[in-house]
Design a protein around this ligand. Sequence first.
Ligand SMILES: Cc1cc2nc3c(=O)[nH]c(=O)nc-3n(C[C@H](O)[C@H](O)[C@H](O)COP(=O)(O)O)c2cc1C
Length: 186
Amino acid sequence: MLFFHSDNPSEIWHSIKHELHRGALDPKHPFRFVNLGTRGKGFPQVRTVVLREVTQSLDFLVFTDFRSEKVKEIQNSPFVALQFYHPKKMLQVRVEAMAEVHFQDELADRYWKGIPEVRRSEYTGTLPPGKVISSPDSGWDLGKKSFFTVLKISPQRIEALQLSKEGHLRIQFEKANDWKGQWLVP
Ligand SMILES: Cc1cc2nc3c(=O)[nH]c(=O)nc-3n(C[C@H](O)[C@H](O)[C@H](O)COP(=O)(O)O)c2cc1C
């Protein structure tokens, strides 16, 4: 468990933030992978992405290809959701956030410099992600142009559900409320 009935909301807030930072720093941490939800044209869309960094100001950074559907969806509507689950701690964290797309700008250039040469090809495919191809090998053509993009995801509301034999605990923190905690019926 990450938190208990006896903890106060401000202690819980610090524990949750610590856990989120660990997710980005430790490749074995379950928060390393996060489900990112966007508003699709019809159905809501959700996919797994790698949590690359949680900044000091609590922005979540994700790397992607500029041509991907998620980028188009965010450009259409910046309202996104993140969902984390820690199986050992029996903890779910849900985040409502605003996303920004950074492509060929100062922020994207800064993070591109940190991508090792061997990993750069992940962002230089000639065909856009999601395109229909006639055989699985047709998707591996590499070009010179990079479509490396950073998604900067700024949380507005963070909710944690702690499963517990003594009774589940649910608490929310809202930016508009200075991140003060409020208990919720689980
Ligand atoms: C474990 C795992 C990690 C992934 N990490 C990323 C990632 O960091 N960035 C990304 O764009 N796609 C990542 N993907 C692929 C996405 O889940 C998704 O299939 C792809 O980005 C296309 O999504 P879209 O068409 O909704 O844009 C990952 C998939 C898995 C299974």
